[in-house]
Design a protein around this ligand. Structure first.
Ligand SMILES: C[S@@+](CC[C@H](N)C(=O)[O-])C[C@H]1O[C@@H](n2cnc3c(N)ncnc32)[C@H](O)[C@@H]1O
Length: 425
């Protein structure tokens, strides 16, 4: 990346990192909350891409900063990024000296690799050490390295919203806009965008709801729910409604969804989104409630729980989660307790329904462990999610062959956990 950012970038990046850690918010939110945003000297997008890169590589930059600058404060981390990436801000002589010192630091990192491979992976790919340790119990080092590297790589999937546009027409419209993409062989309405110089968010097709950015992993969750016309589906953590709208797309607006969410703000976004996406709103019943206590009359035949989670599987989209988990690992336990109470409440209540439980997390505490506990407590049976050629769960869990994982290095998508349970006696 060719950049010409200056010292204002160091202050700004450091403020964004501080906000992420302190308020535990996404990278995007921190970027917008940062006071220094109003004093930037180049277009915000340049800073956005650069700060994302700093956050994504925080541990590696921290290691380099310590060697280069003798400090790994937030400012030193941002400065290390500038020294590594900037080719115009500093003099040639200084850059030459820096290059030699970076080579020394890299050599030191290789020594770490020999002595403590897990510490190496944690630094190289900037994931908290506790995550690396947990994942290493379920896969070998070489696969783990591929997994971590892919989790850092941003992949952009687009869904053609066939409720509003015919597939061939959408493809023509995208081509006319000069968007580069390849069509999925298995799911023709899914397009993998790549090598696009301009950001796609400004396209009219997006604003009109004809094309929706939605990761393949999120789509696979809904495909495993197998929605059919006439189904009455409880979407227990529904907002902002990406999966609800896909349910309606797949059933040509012929299913009904009871869409529950705890957040009023997210539900009101969902209402607008449903309209924009051409969803038949008379078939969507929005309810503000806590799904761990929710009591509903019968009549539901499928349940989708896209549970709140750490979003560690979506770290490529929001690298902020890596910083948050580094500083607040207890978040994992907190999320896992919420997930368990939602799943437990709904599985007990909808004994005759098929329940699909999913999280966009790479952590077993939010996947295998929740499902193992709940199926033991309720005698619910697990049936292997069978769409999308999913990987098994982590091998160090007994239920591994009965649950599915979307793995970024295998499926070219975000990391997701998917399980299907049924509690009928
Ligand atoms: C992963 S997001 C859902 C994304 C959504 N399914 C989609 O595809 O657009 C998790 C959602 O769970 C909601 N949530 C958190 N705790 C909840 C609870 N106890 N009951 C219901 N919803 C909850 C959050 O507000 C958030 O909107």
């Amino acid at each position: 990346m060719s950049v010409s950012l200056g010292d204002d970038f160091v202050d700004f990046a450091s403020e964004v990192m501080y906000i992420i850690e302190d308020r535990m918010v996404s990278m995007d939110k921190a970027f917008h909350y940062a006071r220094l945003r109003h004093r930037l000297k180049a277009p915000p997008r340049v800073y956005y891409n650069a700060v994302s890169d700093v956050v994504r590589n925080y541990a590696y930059l921290s290691f380099i900063a310590k060697q280069l600058l003798g400090s790994n404060s937030r400012k030193a981390i941002a400065k290390a990024w500038l020294l590594l990436k900037s080719n115009s801000h500093y003099s040639r002589r200084l850059m030459k000296r820096i290059r030699v010192r970076v080579e020394d630091a890299e050599a030191r990192l290789m020594e770490v690799k020999d002595k403590d491979p897990l510490a190496y992976l944690s630094i190289r790919y900037s994931f908290p050490r506790f995550i690396i340790e947990e994942l290493s119990r379920g896969m070998g080092l070489s696969e783990l390295e591929d997994y971590l590297s892919s989790l850092n790589r941003r992949v952009t999937w687009l869904r053609v919203n066939t409720l509003k546009v015919d597939l061939d027409k959408a493809i023509r419209l995208l081509e006319n806009e000069g968007v580069n993409f390849t069509q999925s062989k298995h799911y023709p309405f899914m397009l993998l965008a790549s090598d696009n110089e301009k950001p796609l968010g400004h396209l009219r097709l997006f604003k009109q709801g004809l094309i929706i950015p939605q990761d393949l992993a999120s789509v696979l969750v809904v495909l495993n729910l197998s929605p059919e016309p006439g189904d009455v589906i409880l979407d227990a953590c529904a907002a902002p409604g990406m999966k609800t709208s896909l349910i309606m797309q797949l059933t040509e607006n012929k299913a009904s969804v009871v869409a529950v969410d705890l957040s009023v703000g997210r539900l009101s976004k969902m209402r607008m989104l449903m309209r924009r996406m051409g969803v038949d709103e008379s078939r969507i019943h929005l309810i503000r409630s806590d799904s761990s206590r929710l009591k509903l009359a019968k009549g539901i035949n499928k349940v989708l729980i896209d549970a709140p989670c750490t979003s560690s599987g979506a770290a490529s989209k929001d690298p902020g989660i890596k910083l948050i988990l580094e500083h607040k690992p207890s978040l994992v336990k907190h999320q896992s307790m919420t997930q368990e109470s939602i799943l437990l409440n709904l599985i007990k209540q909808f004994k005759d329904s098929q329940v699909t439980y999913a999280t966009c997390s790479i952590l077993p505490e939010e996947g295998e462990e929740v499902v193992s506990r709940v199926s033991e407590l309720t005698d619910a049976k697990l049936s292997r999610p069978n769409v999308g050629d999913l990987s098994n769960g982590y091998v160090n869990y007994r239920i591994a062959p009965l649950v599915g994982r979307v793995m970024p290095h295998i499926h070219n998508a975000e990391g997701f956990f998917i399980a299907k349970l049924n509690a009928s006696p």
